[in-house]
Design a protein around this ligand. Structure first.
Ligand code: SF4
Length: 290
């Protein structure tokens, strides 16, 4: 829990606050923009949650914060934290969940859990936090851990040791990483029916996306939604390999069917398949000009 003694002056007065340990990973801002925003290069509470639903949503951000920089001062709200922890992983849609419990080792990257009859999947690594491990065990454990790229691997070794899952990553991002399957081809790779890896080099040499059921596209640091631009985009200022490759990889995604974009960093996106075509048109026009 955050430290009230180092509460940021930028917070509005009230129950919720952010302290000076914030690393500005952005998680709380996309999880609950009605409460958190960027103020001076760190997060701060701009509006105190005034409904139970909003309070719970802000508490999910508190549980997800990689540095425990969000605090609550009212004892009744503190008592609610346990209830919210018990809800993790947080349900998104169908059988897809947001894990919460982001890790500072991956700069607060988001990881996801897919519950399937024939083997569950973790997409990137959340913190190996006891309450989350227990819940994922209750949901059937982990058969595969797909790692979108080398930066968001966090506690992958602990999850693999606990559940004996097969870790899958592109070989060119696997240096020094003890993964069971290292993909070398630039072609799509089917893990299981309806679960396909699409190599999308650019952000790193071995970045890749995972498409589930032609509906959920897990993009790592390749593509996210931009609140400022109002469309899907890629991280021009955080490209560690080759921007030209990022643009080519964005074009490769255009023909895929999806209605959710679930990124490692930044804002998720959800819309109809027709809206997806519109989003991708804007994204590609923007990327070609950037
Ligand atoms: S989730 Fe935590 S570290 Fe990330 S921006 Fe919010 S307060 Fe800061």
């Amino acid at each position: 829990m955050a430290n009230a003694a180092t509460k940021r002056a930028e917070n509005v007065d009230g129950d919720f606050f952010v302290d000076e340990s914030c690393i500005d990973c952005g998680t709380c801002m996309w999880m609950e923009p009605k409460v958190f925003h960027d103020a001076g290069g760190m997060s701060a509470v701009h509006t105190q949650p005034n409904t139970t639903a909003l309070k719970e949503s802000a508490l999910r951000a508190l549980v997800s914060c990689p540095t425990a920089s969000i605090g609550v001062s009212v004892p009744a709200t503190r008592a609610l934290v346990k209830e919210v922890i018990a809800q993790a992983p947080f349900h998104l849609a169908d059988n897809v969940y947001h894990c919460g419990f982001h890790s500072e080792d991956s700069f607060g990257a988001t990881s996801y859990f897919i519950q399937r009859d024939k083997g569950n999947v973790l997409v990137d690594s959340p913190r190996f936090a006891a309450p989350l491990v227990k819940r994922i065990e209750a949901l059937g454990g982990v058969r595969w851990m797909f790692l979108t790229h080398r930066d968001d691997v966090a506690d992958h070794d602990k999850w693999a040791a606990k559940f004996g899952c097969e870790r899958i990553i592109m070989a060119s991002d696997a240096r020094g990483l003890d993964a069971e399957t290292k993909l070398k081809s630039g072609e799509p790779y089917e893990i299981a029916p309806g679960l396909t890896v699409y190599p999308t080099p650019g952000h790193t040499r071995g970045s890749a996306c995972l498409l589930y059921k032609d509906k959920f596209l897990f993009t790592g640091d390749h593509m996210a939604w931009s609140k400022r631009l109002g469309h899907l985009y890629a991280f021009r200022s955080a490209c560690w390999f080759d921007w030209g490759e990022v643009v080519k990889s964005l074009h490769r995604l255009e023909s895929l069917d999806f209605s959710w974009v679930l990124p490692g960093h930044g804002w998720p996106w959800h819309g109809s398949k027709a809206e997806k075509a519109h989003q991708m048109r804007h994204c590609l026009a923007w990327a070609d000009a950037a």
